[in-house]
Ligand binder design. Structure first.
Ligand code: C2E
Ligand code: MG
Ligand code: MG
Ligand code: MG
Length: 288
């Protein structure tokens, strides 16, 4: 029975809610085991300079191979990790693995790691990041921490203090999924972001919707005047990519350019990208 529904009224859970709660606690139990038994891994997706189509950075994305349910998307288990507190060990694991992987790459590309708002509320986040950087030996300037607008809503002042502490270490901060949240543009001025990542919903509407083109153009203009690097997410077609090139977008990421892949596959791609001419186009590689 739900609380808070005025005196004398009875409010039952919506149908299916109990089943959902049960499923969630099962998932939490399984995730705890997954953390201890090597079921998690990282996929890596490159980011490309729009101008040259060279790799500029690589984003680490967590993957979970569930023993009976198969591959589960992070959108399904990250919320469970956040609500159960498991996001702390999971987040630390991702950070360590991503930093370690980045040190094996043939060139010092930056590594982007997603952090959830819950990790910022932990209080010790700057120390944890410093510890991981020291243990792995990754230079702080190669780490890009991706945050979402959700971080700025509940406790913007608290978030700002943590972001400042991270920036003092030399870590870069990117605002992910830009345009989908409810945060005000004022945050762009107040927060020392290095990069904004335009959400894929805008990028994917570029061809059909002149409104989306206007918004992307405006975000790029704003990025330039605020001295922020701008990345477009979810680029799936050549036409979208050409739009972004024409609008002088800095960076692009998406299935057209490179899907999330294993560490081994990424290593091959990076070796090809840096072999011979460091600026060799990647088109041939992707066609293969
Ligand atoms: P995100 O950080 O915005 O990551 C981009 C997501 O878009 C990834 O989904 C990626 O596979 C997908 N994507 C990339 N290119 C394309 C494209 O061209 N088209 C389409 N339709 N999708 C594309 P993924 O890996 O399922 O991750 C979803 C979200 O889960 C991430 O969104 C991020 O918010 C969260 N996430 C992933 N890994 C972690 C992690 O280690 N920690 C935390 N806290 N969150 C994570
Ligand atoms: Mg991201
Ligand atoms: Mg995103
Ligand atoms: Mg996203």
């Amino acid at each position: 029975r739900a609380k808070g529904a005025g005196r004398g009224t009875t409010c039952f859970f919506e149908p299916g809610m109990e089943a959902k709660l049960r499923q969630r606690s099962l998932l939490e139990h399984d995730l705890r085991l997954a953390l201890e038994s090597d079921q998690l891994s990282l996929a890596f997706q490159p980011l490309y300079a729009c101008g040259t189509r060279d790799v500029t950075a690589v984003e680490a994305l967590v993957r979970w191979q569930h023993p009976t349910r198969g591959a589960l998307p992070p959108t399904e288990f990250i919320p469970v990790a956040e609500e159960s507190g498991l996001i702390q060990p999971l987040g630390r694991w991702v950070l360590e693995r991503a930093c370690t992987a980045a040190l094996r790459w043939p060139r010092p590309y930056n590594v982007a790691v997603n952090l959830s708002p819950a990790q910022f509320r932990h209080g010790r986040l700057p120390e944890i990041v410093a510890e991981v950087l020291e243990r792995t030996g990754l230079p702080a300037g190669r780490l890009e921490i991706e945050v979402t607008e959700g971080l700025l809503i509940d406790d913007a002042d608290g978030a700002l203090a943590v972001i400042r502490a991270l920036k003092r270490q030399g870590v870069r901060i990117a605002l992910d999924d830009f345009g989908t949240g409810y945060s005000s543009l004022g945050y762009l001025r107040r927060f020392p972001f290095d990069k904004i990542k335009i959400d894929k919903s805008f990028v994917q509407a570029l061809e059909a919707d002149p409104g989306a083109r206007a918004i992307v153009d405006a975000i790029l203009a704003m990025g330039r005047s605020l001295n922020l690097q701008v990345t477009a997410e979810g680029v799936e077609t050549e036409q979208q990519f050409r739009f972004l090139q024409r609008l002088a977008c800095d960076e692009a990421q998406g299935f057209l350019l490179g899907r999330p892949m294993t560490a081994e596959r990424l290593q091959e791609l990076l070796l090809a990208n840096s072999g011979g001419r460091a600026d060799a186009p990647l088109t041939a590689l992707h066609a293969a």
